[in-house]
Design a protein around this ligand. Structure first.
Ligand code: GUN
Ligand code: FE
Length: 471
């Protein structure tokens, strides 16, 4: 027997870049085998009892707060779970020195007692304890921000990567788990790399098998094949990872054209290739299931190739600003018909919040507009940015039509947002979003986008299971 739950209240979503859909009514969610799917919707329902009678069943009714709404769960299409302890720690660095100064030392400490992070440390090295602390926290934190799906990078270590899979699966987040592949000796530190192509493939296979043992269906949890980026991988490894992803029917994730020095490095390392995009294309890594993070410095020709291959782009605006990487031409990519979602890119990005990525996507787009002669056509509005964080993300992870809205057949991956209420005496709630009561719902959503945070996320569900409740 399927378990059924009715959700009643206000439902807001961004089904199209220019459509903020605000509805009230009820949704009937039917859960079978832990998979909660919207069975029916009724936008004429005007109360919990009305819901029961209109659906003609007995079921628990979950009611959204009067001063709030159900909103599709956010999709983080690019986040390094292993880098969460470094969120906010980047100084004035840019990508390549940031990797060697901050990132490789931290990541290596999840599996290597000789990591530079353990030098002079008072603690006895305990890689798995570190991994556990970081991974438990980052999954809880992203859930608290309303992220129901995340595409994670872990580290090169199989044991710690499997631990991330355990934790995400246990806490109930929809998660793709990437064991990071990096084995090009001159580009990776000795203390942090796979020894050979063979080791990259063998260890990736071990992580694939582990993810399959947790969720054979791959619907809630799956491995994602993760060559870190072109410079860090031997060409043979890139080719074999592409073959493996195809054989196993898995997603692929990597970085592309984030930083100008990185683009230059790729030209030097792959002199026979026309462009950064051509490197991935040549090695068979551009597929409809490939997530390319950043894509800041790509030409129109490269966009054409990405479009033809139906590969997806993860836009990481906070990271691109923090590391001074550049201005991602989101409008141009959307106009070219490329599917784009949002990523936090922790810890290139400082925040685990996709709502923060929504804001930053709006901000950066205005700079892009300014650089293009002050043309507001480049500006992303908040509805469009929310659409990128939900529907766009669904396309990027290959779940278009299953995530990002409140239509029949969609998965119940949802956050309940509650805003602050200003009383007559001027007292308010513990949130940055003060609602005076006279704002219409469109303006309330705008206030949420610009000043909201995890205090506004009251409950979160993934596949019908409640995975977070704010105490
Ligand atoms: N390029 C290669 N590795 C990384 C990483 O960890 N973060 C970011 N932002 N870019 C990368
Ligand atoms: Fe990244």
């Amino acid at each position: 027997m399927a378990a059924r739950t009715i959700y009643f209240g206000r439902f807001i979503s961004a089904p199209k870049p220019d459509e903020l859909l605000i509805q009230t009514g009820a949704v009937l969610v039917s859960s079978r085998d832990g998979r909660g799917v919207i069975e029916k919707v009724d936008w004429t329902v005007n109360g919990p009892n009305d819901a029961l009678s209109k659906f003609g069943i007995e079921a628990p009714v979950v009611t959204a707060h009067d001063n709030g709404f159900f909103f599709p769960g956010f999709i983080d299409t690019h986040i390094h779970a292993s880098q969460y302890p470094n969120a906010g720690i980047f100084g004035k660095s840019t990508l390549l020195d940031w990797l060697t100064t901050y990132t490789f030392p931290l990541e290596s400490s999840f599996g290597n007692v000789k990591s530079p992070m353990y030098k002079n440390a008072s603690e006895t090295p305990n890689p798995l304890a570190r991994a556990k602390a970081a991974y438990s926290r980052v999954v809880s934190r992203t859930l608290a921000h309303g992220t129901t799906t995340a595409s994670y990078y872990a580290t090169i270590h199989v044991e710690a990567t499997n631990l991330l899979a355990d934790i995400a699966f246990d806490k109930g987040q929809r998660a793709y788990i990437g064991r990071v592949c990096m084995d090009r000796p001159e580009m990776c530190p000795d203390y942090y790399r796979d020894e050979s192509t063979e080791e990259s493939i063998t260890n990736t296979k071990a992580s694939i098998e582990y993810c399959k043992s947790l969720d054979p269906s791959g619907e809630l949890l799956a491995h994602i094949v993760t060559p870190r980026f072109a410079p860090s991988c031997l060409p043979e490894t890139l080719t074999q990872l592409a073959t493996l992803a195809k054989e196993e029917d898995l997603r692929i994730q990597t970085h592309i054209s984030e930083n100008l020095n990185e683009v230059k490095l790729v030209k030097e390392l792959f002199p026979d290739r026309e462009s950064y995009t051509d490197v991935y294309n040549h090695h068979g890594l551009l597929t409809p299931r490939t997530i390319l993070a950043h894509a800041v410095h790509i030409s129109r020709e490269e966009m054409q190739v990405i479009k033809q291959r139906k590969a997806k782009v993860s836009h990481c605006p906070a990271s691109n600003s923090a590391l001074g990487s550049g201005f991602c031409p989101v409008r141009v990519m959307l106009d070219e018909g490329i599917d784009v979602g949002l990523g936090t890119d922790v810890s290139g990005g400082y925040s685990t919040s996709i709502l923060d990525a929504v804001r930053n996507a709006c901000m950066v787009s205005r700079h892009v507009g300014f650089l293009n002669g002050g043309d507001s056509r480049f500006n992303l509005g908040i509805t469009e940015a929310l659409w990128l964080g939900t529907v766009g993300g669904a396309k990027v992870v290959g779940l278009e039509g299953r995530l990002g809205g409140f239509e029949q057949g969609m998965l119940w991956d949802v956050q309940e947002v509650v805003l602050g209420e200003v009383k007559k005496d001027g007292e308010g709630d513990d949130t940055d979003v003060d609602i005076f009561g006279w704002e219409d719902w469109e303006n309330r959503v705008a206030k949420w986008v610009w000043n909201g945070d995890d205090r506004n996320v009251r409950r979160v569900w993934v596949g019908g299971r409640m995975v977070h409740e704010r105490k």
